[in-house]
Design a protein around this ligand. Structure first.
Ligand code: URA
Ligand code: ZN
Length: 367
C-alpha cells in the first residue's frame, strides 16, 4: 500500500462512539440492539443490525474498548494522522428508547459525549442525538438545550424520523429548528432493506449485503423521499451531511431527476413548477458528502455531484477494523485516504478541503 500520510489538517467527520452509559443500556437488553456473549464463547458481541441477529458466526461483532473508551479514539486518531474527530453515537442511536424515557436518555448521552470532547479540547467535537421516540416537543426542547453544549456541531439522524421516514410533514418543525440553530444533520443508515431481498442464502454472506448495499440504498431512498416531498423548498437552508458519500445518490441523481420531470402524476399535481429545486441544486446547496466510499471512482462521482468544497473525510471507526488482529494502520482508513489522493491529488487546496478544511469551515471546528 502506498504511503498516504497527508501533510494538511485532517478531520474525521464520520467516527462513532457508544459512551459507557449506552453500553450499559445495551447490556441490559435481549433484543436488538444488545450486547451479550454466546456460550461456549465468553466474549461479548454487539448485535445491532436486523439482518445480523441470526444463528451464525455473523451474529453481531466483537465489542471491546475501541467502542466506548475515548482514549482509544485518540490513539486511533494519532495512528492515522487525524487531527480532529467529530464523534457521533453509533446506530441505532435512541430509536428504540421508550417514549417516556427518551428526553432523559438523550440529555444524558449528549451531556456525556460533550464531556468526552472536553477531555481533549480542540481534538474532539460531536454530533448530538435526538430523542426521536419522545415526540415533537421533546425533540425541539433537546435541540434548544444543545446550545449549551459547547462541543456539539450538528446532530446525527437515522432514516426513520418519527416512525414514518424523513418525508413526514410532522418533521418540518424539527428541520426548521435545526436550520435556525445552524445544526447540520449527519444522515446515517441503519435499517438497510427488508431481509427478504437478500434471499435464502443471506446467512452465508456475513454482513456484506446489508452493509455494502442495504446501507447506501437506505440513505439514497431517504434523501430522495425528502426531495420528492419538498423538504428542501420548505426548509431551504437545511444542511445535510450524507454518510457513505450519499449512498448511491451521486450516481443515481440524473435518473432521479429525469424520472421526476417525466412523471405525469407530479405534473398533474402541480409539483413541477419553476420553484422546484432540482436535485442538482439540492446537491450543491443543501448537501455535503462524506468521503467514506473506499474508491476513487465513487469519490469522483461525489465530487462532481456536490463539488469538492462539500466533501469531508471520514473513517467509520470503530467499524471495519482489520480482521487479522491489530495492525498499525487500518486498511479501511488508508483506502479512503488513497481515494482522496487519487481523485483530488495531494498538497493542493482541493485535497486539503476534503481532508479537513471543508469540515473546519462548515462545522466551525475551533474552540
Ligand atoms: N456498521 C454499522 O452498524 N454502523 C456503521 O456505522 C458501520 C458499520
Ligand atoms: Zn457510520
Amino acid at each position: 500500500m502506498t504511503e498516504t500520510r497527508p501533510t494538511s489538517l485532517v478531520v474525521d467527520i464520520h467516527t462513532h462512539v457508544y459512551p459507557p452509559s449506552y453500553i450499559a443500556l445495551l447490556k441490559s437488553r435481549s433484543s436488538i440492539p444488545y450486547i451479550r456473549s454466546f456460550p461456549p464463547s465468553s466474549s461479548l458481541r454487539l448485535v445491532i443490525l436486523p439482518a445480523e441477529d441470526t444463528e451464525s458466526t455473523s451474529r453481531g461483532r466483537p465489542v471491546g474498548p475501541e467502542y466506548y473508551d475515548i482514549t482509544r479514539k485518540i490513539a486511533f486518531m494519532d495512528t492515522h494522522s487525524i487531527d480532529i474527530s467529530v464523534i457521533s453515537l453509533a446506530n441505532p442511536w435512541l430509536d428504540w428508547v421508550p417514549a417516556g424515557e427518551a428526553a432523559k436518555v438523550a440529555e444524558n448521552i449528549n451531556n456525556e459525549i460533550n464531556e468526552e470532547c472536553g477531555k481533549f479540547p480542540g481534538r474532539l467535537f460531536a454530533f448530538a442525538t435526538l430523542p426521536l421516540s419522545g415526540g415533537k416537543n421533546v425533540i425541539l426542547k433537546e435541540i434548544e438545550r444543545l446550545k449549551g453544549l459547547i462541543y456539539i456541531r450538528g446532530i446525527i439522524l437515522g432514516t426513520t424520523g418519527l416512525g414514518k421516514g424523513l418525508d413526514d410533514p410532522e418533521l418540518l418543525p424539527i428541520f426548521q429548528a435545526l436550520q435556525d440553530e445552524k445544526l447540520p444533520v449527519f444522515l446515517h443508515p441503519h435499517y438497510g432493506l427488508p431481509s427478504s431481498v437478500w434471499g435464502e442464502r443471506a446467512n452465508d454472506y456475513g454482513h456484506v449485503l446489508p452493509l455494502a448495499l442495504g446501507f447506501p440504498l437506505e440513505t439514497t431512498i431517504a434523501v430522495t423521499r425528502m426531495i420528492l416531498s419538498g423538504v428542501f423548498e420548505k426548509v431551504s437552508g437545511l444542511q445535510m451531511i450524507l454518510a457513505h458519500s450519499g449512498g448511491t445518490l451521486p450516481f443515481l441523481a440524473g435518473r432521479i431527476e429525469s424520472c421526476i420531470v417525466h412523471d405525469a402524476h407530479l405534473m398533474t399535481e402541480g409539483k413541477l413548477t419553476k420553484d422546484r429545486k432540482t436535485i442538482w441544486e439540492i446537491l450543491k446547496n443543501n448537501i455535503y458528502l462524506d468521503a467514506v466510499v473506499y474508491s476513487e471512482i465513487g469519490l469522483k462521482a461525489a465530487i462532481q455531484a456536490s463539488g469538492e468544497d462539500r466533501i469531508m473525510f471520514g473513517t467509520d471507526h470503530p467499524f471495519f477494523p482489520p480482521l487479522e488482529g491489530e495492525t498499525e494502520k487500518w486498511a479501511s482508513v488508508e483506502t479512503n485516504y488513497e481515494a482522496i489522493q487519487g481523485a483530488l491529488g495531494s498538497h493542493n487546496d482541493k485535497a486539503s478541503g476534503a481532508l479537513g478544511e471543508n469540515a473546519v469551515r462548515v462545522l466551525h471546528l475551533t474552540i
